[in-house]
Design a protein around this ligand. Structure first.
Ligand SMILES: [Zn+2]
Ligand SMILES: [Zn+2]
Length: 170
């Protein structure tokens, strides 16, 4: 790892923790399937949720999306800045216009949803040890856009038809 590479990953954005910050105490690490893109977080997520909206279904090729929300200041990219692909799903353009999707351009793994202020991480990418134990802070607190679900989930969590707090509870 040369100094220039460190500088490159620091160029991910000023809202994020710097790759060169020696005071950064990583709490969790995440990586895409091929390992080209890696990042760390130094805090527990502020919330976690499951989204059943059609955009998430299509963009993930999955029945639902599991996201854990972090402040950008608690996130730092450690590898793969050059591999990142951005897609703004609102306008449907391959560009880093927030909010946007972030994925690995090499293996295609969805990395996160980059919001204007927050980083919506996909916990499936996190290393939770062997055997894998998912920390309580990553457990979803609700389901959103459950009205568009591809399948029922019987877990006792609140289920909103659309956005949390701005739609009906199902
Ligand atoms: Zn990858
Ligand atoms: Zn969604």
């Amino acid at each position: 790892m040369g100094g220039s590479e460190q500088g490159d990953v620091g160029a991910f954005g000023p809202a994020y923790a710097s790759a060169g910050d020696t005071g950064f105490a990583a709490r969790y690490s995440a990586r895409c399937h091929c390992g080209a893109v890696r990042y760390e977080v130094r805090a527990d997520p502020v919330d976690a949720k499951i989204c059943h909206c059609r955009d998430c279904q299509v963009l993930h090729g999955a029945p639902m999306q599991w996201a854990a929300i972090f402040h950008k200041r608690d996130v730092r990219l450690t590898a793969g800045l050059d591999c990142l692909r951005f897609y703004a799903s609102g306008p449907g353009r391959a560009e880093r216009t927030l909010p946007c999707k972030v994925s690995c351009g090499r293996c295609g793994t969805p990395i996160a949803d980059e919001g204007r202020r927050m980083w919506l991480a996909f916990p499936a990418l996190f290393d939770f040890g062997r055997p894998r134990r998912i920390p309580a802070a990553f457990r979803p607190t609700c389901h959103i856009f459950y009205g568009l679900r591809a399948m029922d989930v019987d877990d006792g969590l609140p289920k909103w038809a659309g956005h949390r707090g701005r739609s009906t509870l199902l």
